[in-house]
Write a protein that binds this ligand. Sequence first.
Ligand code: BTN
Length: 322
Amino acid sequence: MSKQNLLSLLEAEAGEYVSGEEISRKLNVSRTAVWKQVRKLEADGYLIEAVPRLGYRLTGKPSRLSLQELLPKLRTKRFGRKLHLLDVIPSTQDELRRLAEQGAEEGTLVIAEQQTSGRGRMGRHWVSPSGKGVWMSLLLRPSVPLQMTPQLTLLAAVALSRAISREVPVEIGIKWPNDLLVGGKKISGILLESAAEDERLRYVVVGLGISVNLEAEDYPEELLEKVVSLKMASGKTINRSDLIATILDEFERLYDLYMEQGFAPIRSLWEAHSVTLNNETLLYTPQGPIQGIPRGLDGTGGLQVEMKDGSFRTIYSAEIGE
Ligand code: BTN
């Protein structure tokens, strides 16, 4: 008997007690063997109530992602159809990069329950505890010039923000270029890493990190004034499979729209969701800090900043000051 047989039997009883005797008869094993498998399921995070004379009852399931739950929810044609669901890895970015180098196709997705070396922009560490977030990387092979990659960063932010709003009742704002904020605190981050050859884009690995069901104690204390999870913001535990399916759905639709119509529709959507525009802002660019009012995006995805003297500067890379 495997723990899976026992699980199927308990699940079929939908929360009712099944006696140890009945289980051992149906699965043709000893009562001790049943008990051993119960312990294994508990170790996997299942909650099983054992009451003398009544038997066993399944009262809770682990909040682990599974292909059985996720695959039927997918509504996409390509995104997520090649799916690698892993338990603990250093970073989904590295795993997907490895697959990309082996020729993995566009839409290939790597999801991890936990990352031990999750990374963010500017070489920062990304907190990725087990079972509570969405830590995943999606492979794109767009046929666009290398200098258009900032547009994909903005596209990813719009897709993620639309998907989260569909699943969770929170108001999301995009901080340039692609941080998603709820109530001014960061809920998600996007990391685009690309591989190019002679000005030609070979592939892009889009890393998406969403703090879904994290609790305050999952974060280092010093981060708490800057970050929040969807659960902390909405008061609800979120089903991660539903969220992943909706992210892929939004992402594939917007990506197809971008490939058909170019950046213009993405630009309008990004501007409509932005919390960066029309506010006095300090931007730390690689050339030094500049102060101005971001007014919108240009056709390539750069941020157009109005300076004090009324002139405009286009910024492609910067950290926004507090
Ligand atoms: C940021 O700094 O805001 C970007 C954070 C990106 C985190 C995600 S989690 C999945 C993927 N794997 C990583 O190591 N990083 C990205």
